[in-house]
Design a protein around this ligand. Structure first.
Ligand SMILES: [Zn+2]
Ligand SMILES: [Zn+2]
Length: 205
């Protein structure tokens, strides 16, 4: 364990844990003031599952958590920005793109990212990610939303086309049967458009 490790109960003392209301939706955020972080960096552990489950609902990301997700970030404050190293780990279910059954994603997302501080220069201001960095409302300098970073990195860990199995046979385009579980009698002509009018008809005597 790194020397600057802080237990969850303690970092809540340093981090401002908020629930921001967007209409009826509640989104977790964890804004951390950067000015009191020592040059050697500071470790933050985030394991409140609402960091991931709330935006899944808000942004309509199909999926669920199989083994608790956990983010561990070491935050280094530099002259004109902040460097974050760490990882987001855990296990999640997402729907298979072929059969829609649950597909297991082992999340092991290594993080190394640099966010420049906002400046008075408007050109630079456009480069600042407002979800991640802002001027603290208390006027104590810049603060960072580690929960938003944990969510963004989780999204990056999800495969573009998740599969329950690389050999998934998918659904029959005709009857919708899951071809991993049972074969159907739709036959090989199913893809021939000339046969379309005959589909669904029972063959007579
Ligand atoms: Zn599948
Ligand atoms: Zn079929």
């Amino acid at each position: 364990m790194p020397g600057g490790k802080i237990e969850a109960s303690l970092w809540l003392f340093f981090a401002e844990k908020q629930k921001i209301l967007f209409g009826k939706k509640v989104m977790a955020s964890t804004w951390v003031l950067l000015h009191n972080i020592p040059p050697s960096g500071k470790v933050f552990v985030l394991d409140d599952q609402s960091i991931w489950t709330d935006p899944m609902v808000e942004f309509g990301v199909a999926g669920s958590i199989l083994e608790p997700l956990r983010a561990e970030f070491t935050v280094f404050v530099q002259e004109d920005g902040v460097l974050i190293r760490g990882a987001v780990t855990g296990k999640a279910f997402v729907p298979c793109t072929r059969c829609a059954e649950e597909s297991v994603v082992v999340v092991d997302q290594q993080v190394e990212t640099y966010e420049p501080f906002p400046t008075d220069d408007t050109d630079d201001a456009l480069e600042v990610d407002g979800e991640l960095l802002r001027e603290a409302p208390t006027g104590q300098g810049v603060e960072m939303n580690l929960a938003a970073l944990a969510w963004e990195e989780f999204l990056l860990a999800l495969p573009m086309k998740p599969l329950c199995d690389p050999a998934c046979n998918g659904l029959c385009p005709q009857c919708g049967a899951n071809r991993n579980l049972a074969s159907c009698s739709c036959g090989d002509d199913a893809g021939d458009p000339r046969m379309a009018p005959l589909r669904g008809l029972k063959v007579g005597r």
